[in-house]
Design a protein around this ligand. Structure first.
Ligand code: NAD
Ligand code: TYD
Length: 372
């Protein structure tokens, strides 16, 4: 065994940020197993494609033979498992792929990791970790005054995506309890930052605003998410890998609760400032209220005190600094946005937004002022 990592889903949003960050700090080689679904983009990792410390393996985490071969060949010190179907709206439109990748895929990885772990001895065995990267959505939804999700909050997943991730968390937990696999689970709040596919709220709003397209707000826009800059998540994962306790769960969140309307209002103000020549200014005029997401969770909030006190982690970016960096990245990388939004992306936009009747528009100006 060496200090190699087997990362799954490393061509996606968080995975590619993690791989780039890991390799830039010369922590050791990375093997990236990714199926390259619509959400996986090798261009995200173009800067390390020729790095001898980086190996790309194109394949499916449900392929047990392939996973076993990669483990035997590269003998990693850890598996960092990001690969998933990750978009709630797509899980509502078509849940099958979510059950397959998120549940069967995690099962396949856990079994292969268990076999591999069985071959390790001594310090190699002591060091091995399976880091299962999960979401706060497994905990369900909060009312306005409920305390934030903590590690003992009962699971109550509401969407097919959340249910599939909850199932995968339960599998990881059971593999620790029954087979002694040294797994650790992290449950993180909504991430944002570079390389996020423009089907998620923040990059979708940036991409649409720059093209003068409507900014579709589901329902009343008062749903709350707890936003975390992606590199703060990556730092948390490194801390958990290095010092986290086996069998534990760590919640990861930035303490940045914002309503969707607040997020969009702040984004529009940033775009007004950073693209002063835009003919779509003020960008907030593009806001359009559309039919709500079925089963839409009202509020997520994370209590990250365990991670902070045990492992000394703290988010470094505030929402304001992280969002500014993010908008600047999308402005500087319009070619990336164009390349990922051609073809199949357009079909998704038509499918998801074409059938959403315009909702009764709340008094948007007044609400925006309130949101600020
Ligand atoms: P993403 O959708 O951007 O990327 C997923 C990656 O997994 C893609 O590269 C895709 O090609 C790959 N993939 C999908 N199915 C695969 C399969 N069967 N085999 C191999 N590769 C496959 O996702 P993301 O936003 O980067 O999320 C990564 C992980 O973090 C997920 O497990 C997600 O549940 C979790 N998470 C995400 C957030 C968030 O805000 N994005 C928050 C908390 C946790
Ligand atoms: P999203 O980025 O899909 O993340 P998640 O559903 O996992 O939290 O959505 C974030 C919030 O933004 C969520 O409350 C749904 C809302 N939303 C919109 O209002 N309009 C949109 O077009 C999208 C994609 C999301």
């Amino acid at each position: 065994m060496n200090n190699c990592l087997l990362v799954t889903g490393g061509a996606g949003f968080i995975g590619s940020n993690f791989v780039l960050d890991w390799l830039s700090s010369s922590r050791g080689p990375v093997v990236n197993l990714d199926k390259l679904t619509y959400a996986g983009n090798p261009e995200n990792l173009a800067s390390v494609a020729n790095d001898p410390a980086y190996t790309f393996a194109h394949g499916d985490i449900c392929d047990a033979k392939l996973v076993a071969r990669l483990l035997a060949q590269h003998r990693p010190q850890a598996v960092v498992h990001f690969a998933a179907e990750s978009h709630v709206d797509r899980s509502i439109a078509g849940p099958e792929a979510f059950l397959r990748t998120n549940i069967d895929g995690t099962f396949t990885l856990l079994q292969a990791a268990r076999e591999y772990y069985g071959t390790l001895t001594g310090s190699e065995r002591e060091r091995f970790r399976f880091l299962h990267v999960s979401t706060d959505e497994v905990y369900g939804t909060l009312r306005p005054n409920d305390p934030a999700f903590h590690e003992e909050t009962p699971y109550s997943p509401n969407s097919p995506y959340a249910a599939s991730k909850a199932a995968s968390d339960h599998l990881a937990r059971a593999w620790v309890h029954t087979y002694g696999l040294p797994a650790i689970i992290t449950n993180c709040s909504n991430n944002y930052g570079p390389y996020q596919f423009p089907e998620k709220l923040i990059p979708l709003m940036i991409a649409n605003a720059l093209q003068g397209k409507p900014l579709p707000i589901y329902g009343d826009g008062q749903q709350v998410r707890d936003w975390l800059y992606v590199l703060d998540h990556c730092r948390a994962l490194r801390a958990v890998l290095e010092q986290g306790r086996v069998g534990e769960t760590y919640n990861v969140g930035g303490g940045n609760q914002r309503s969707n309307l607040e997020v969009v209002t702040t984004l529009c103000a940033l775009l007004d400032e950073l693209v002063p020549e835009s003919k779509f200014k003020p960008h907030f005029q593009l806001v359009k209220y559309v039919a709500d997401r079925p089963g839409h969770d009202r509020r997520y909030a994370i209590d990250a005190r365990k991670l902070e006190t045990e492992l000394g982690w703290r988010a470094e970016e505030s929402f304001e600094t992280g969002l500014r960096k993010t908008v600047e990245w999308y402005l500087a990388n319009s070619a990336w946005v164009e390349s990922v939004t051609s073809g199949a992306y357009q079909q998704w936009v038509t499918q998801n937004y074409g059938s959403r009747d315009l909702a009764e528009a709340p008094a948007s100006e007044a609400m925006a002022k309130e949101a600020l």
